[in-house]
Design a protein. Structure first.
Length: 184
């Protein structure tokens, strides 16, 4: 079995299932994929990641997704990284972005809005409709913190006097929770 765009999307969905199983199940039905196909795509991607001779980092993304339609450069502190982006059919209007360091190492990979952050209202916080950058730009004082697992992020922000926690997987909004009390 090859590993292309569909399999890559399924591997992403497998990780998202931990945070938003209902949305993943709905999407599996829409794209005509089974749970077994989801599990196999995840297992295949994991095997590739650990295979000694398989491409790693951005090379693995290029092998699965093809040449990136968007290539650019972005400053990151005192360094400059390469920016690679691919559109994925399941998430129109967004792009899967990889940031690659000067030595070719993959620094980050997540969903972004290629047109720039969208201005959101609280009601716009709908699963899979926004990315980390949207929430950060729309709620002044929002604080991004590491999530509880690889490729998970959280953003704490205040709205109407309450602190909320937006949960993301690969930078894509999954669900909203009440943030634990603490200094914000």
């Amino acid at each position: 079995m090859g590993f292309g765009v569909r399999e890559f999307e399924l591997a992403l969905l497998h990780r998202m299932r931990d945070v938003n199983a209902e949305k993943v199940e709905e999407t599996l039905g829409l794209i005509g994929a089974s749970r077994a196909e989801l599990r196999e795509a995840h297992a295949h991607w994991t095997r590739l990641a650990h295979a000694p001779r398989a491409p790693k980092g951005a090379a693995a993304l290029r092998r699965a997704l093809g040449p990136p339609p968007h290539r650019g450069r972005r400053p990151a502190g005192s360094l400059t990284c390469d920016v690679l982006r691919w559109p994925l059919p399941t998430w129109p209007g967004l792009a899967y972005e990889a940031l690659v360091g000067p030595g070719g190492e993959l620094w980050n990979q997540w969903f972004v809005r290629p047109s720039g952050a969208a201005a959101l209202t609280f009601a716009d916080l709908v699963p899979w409709a926004c990315v980390v950058g949207d929430v950060g730009a729309s709620f002044p004082g929002a604080v991004q913190i590491d999530g509880p697992a690889p490729h998970h992020w959280t953003v704490d922000f205040r709205h109407d006097g309450e602190t909320h926690r937006a949960r993301f997987v690969y930078g894509l909004f999954q669900r909203l929770e009440r943030a634990p009390s603490g200094p914000f």
